[in-house]
Every structure is written in structure tokens, then in C-alpha cells.
Design a protein around this ligand. Structure first.
Ligand SMILES: [Zn+2]
Length: 104
């Protein structure tokens, strides 16, 4: 795997010219770095799926609260919405931390 020295784009092969920024210098990742990159990529995909699921939870929470069946039910849906928001925010923070901690 190769990382563009200018923008950090990681590709399986050295393209010669970076398709993102036009940079021409790449660094080959060590086996350890490549393994870390692959794990990070897989967990990033899971966080993206979690963000999508959290958005669905927040939407259904709004719908559930609108029924206004009783105070406990409305309270439960409001908690669901808060938890959905928390999952979304934690997932976003983890995605950012991956890119800033050398995990690409
Ligand atoms: Zn680049």
C-alpha cells in the first residue's frame, strides 16, 4: 500500500501521480502500517453504518414521541433520540481520531 506524501491518500498500488492532489511522491506502508490501515478501514465502515442506524433511531424516536401515548412512552422515545445522537457523535469522533492517529 502506498500513501501520498502530499494529501495522505492511500492506494493499493503506487499510481505515479496522485489522483486526488496530483502529488508525485508516495511512501510504501510497512506491513504493520498496512495491517493497521485495513483494520481502521473496516472499523470506519462499521462507524458509518452506526451513524446511519443512529439517524434511523432518531427519526423513529420523533415519530414515536408524536403519538404521545403516555408520558413514559414519550420519555422513552426522547431517550432513544438522545442515545441515537450520542452514537452518531461518538462514531464521528472515532472516525476523526483514526485519521489523526496515524491510522489513515
Ligand atoms: Zn495526494
Amino acid at each position: 500500500m502506498y500513501k501520498c506524501n502530499v494529501c495522505g491518500l492511500v492506494l493499493n498500488e503506487n499510481p505515479g501521480v496522485c489522483p486526488k492532489c496530483g502529488g508525485k511522491e508516495f511512501t510504501q506502508l510497512t506491513d504493520e502500517q498496512a495491517a493497521l490501515y485495513k483494520k481502521s478501514r473496516e472499523t470506519d465502515i462499521l462507524y458509518i453504518k452506526a451513524i446511519k442506524a443512529a439517524a434511523k433511531i432518531q427519526k423513529l424516536s420523533d415519530l414515536g414521541a408524536e403519538y404521545n401515548l403516555d408520558p413514559n412512552c414519550v420519555s422513552a422515545f426522547k431517550k432513544f433520540k438522545d442515545y441515537g445522537y450520542l452514537i452518531e457523535q461518538i462514531s464521528k469522533a472515532e472516525l476523526i481520531s483514526h485519521s489523526t492517529k496515524g491510522k489513515f
